[in-house]
Each structure stands twice: as C-alpha cells, then as structure tokens.
Design a protein. Structure first.
Length: 185
C-alpha cells in the first residue's frame, strides 16, 4: 500500500469506469485525492487550483483525444506523470506513439479486473520519485496554483470590475499564504 497521499487527476467520461478506476486506486493508495473531469475545458479549469501528482486519462473522450490532454499537460508542466488507461489502444503503433509523446505508461481497459496489479508499479515509481522531495513539492504545487490563477485572471481581464476584484483578492490571499509559510521556516 502506498502511504504517501497522492493527487490524481482522472480524465474519463464513462461513470462506470470512473468508479472502477477509483476502486482500484484506493486498493493501492491509502489516501488518494482524486479529481475527475470528462473534457478538456474542465481539465483546464481543475488545473487552475489542483496540481496532480499523476494524470490518468482515457484515450477517446467526447471533445478530444487523450493525446490532446497529454499535449496540454506537457505545455503546462512537463514533469507530471501521465498514464493512459484506455480501450482504444489496440495496436502496437498507437501504443508506441503514446509513449513517444511522453506518456509514463498505458494500461488497456480490457485488463480492468487486474487494474490494481497493472497500476501499482507505475504509481510506486511516481511515489519513489516524489517521496524525498515532499516539502519542496508542496511549495512548488502552491506556487503553480498561484501562477495558474494569475494566468487565468489575465485571460479574463476583459471581465466586469466585480469579477476582477474577486480574482485579485483570491490571488492576493494565495500569495499571502505562501509568504506566511516561507516566513515560518
């Protein structure tokens, strides 16, 4: 059992698959924090306030492909591990392309009954790489959230004044939290 809390962003549009995946993750990880989205717009919104330790994505989604999600993830943060869990990868060429595109691994949905066994070594590798740097990882995570919020604010600069003020307050509060935590050290 992985005892380090993990933040997992699950990109999956099938509710039954979400329940099965969550069930198997909870067999591997003692305290997972799982956020689920079904499309790229929700994915972008969640990434504003949630920096995952790993992204697990289906390949075929209603509004995009898993490769689109992977490319978007790499544009935001190159180091976030990305695992495909899909029924779409039927041939070796497509599987190889996902790995060449930067995926950390892939698991076929036809192996859903063995998901915990197939996912365990991938998640253990991720935990091994993050375990020694927990404190630094948390600071980086908080900073990324603040930066994402700033970018989001800048993207919405043409909104009405009330919304601008609310966004500025959220950003200021987050920056104050980071400053206070740094002062405590």
């Amino acid at each position: 059992m992985i005892t380090i809390p993990m933040r997992i962003l699950l990109v999956e549009d099938n509710k039954t698959d979400v329940e099965l995946i969550t069930y198997h993750i909870e067999k591997i990880v003692e305290a997972p924090e799982i956020k689920t989205v079904t499309n790229i717009d929700d994915y972008n919104r969640v990434l504003m306030n949630f920096v995952p330790d790993v992204v697990i994505s289906d390949y075929n989604l209603p509004t995009c492909t898993g490769l689109d999600v992977l490319e978007h993830t790499r544009a935001i943060e190159e180091t976030i591990p990305f695992i495909f869990l899909t029924g779409a990868i039927d041939d070796e060429e497509l599987a190889a392309n996902t790995i060449l595109s930067g995926a950390s691994g892939f698991i076929l949905k036809k192996h859903m009954d063995q998901l915990a066994e197939k996912l365990r070594p991938l998640l253990k590798k991720i935990v091994f790489n993050m375990g020694e740097r927990e404190e630094v990882r948390e600071k980086v995570r908080r900073n990324k959230i603040v930066v994402n919020q700033i970018y989001n604010y800048l993207d919405k600069i043409n909104m009405d004044n009330n919304e601008q003020r609310e966004n500025i307050e959220k950003i200021k509060n987050n920056m104050k939290q980071i400053d206070l935590e740094e002062d405590d050290e």
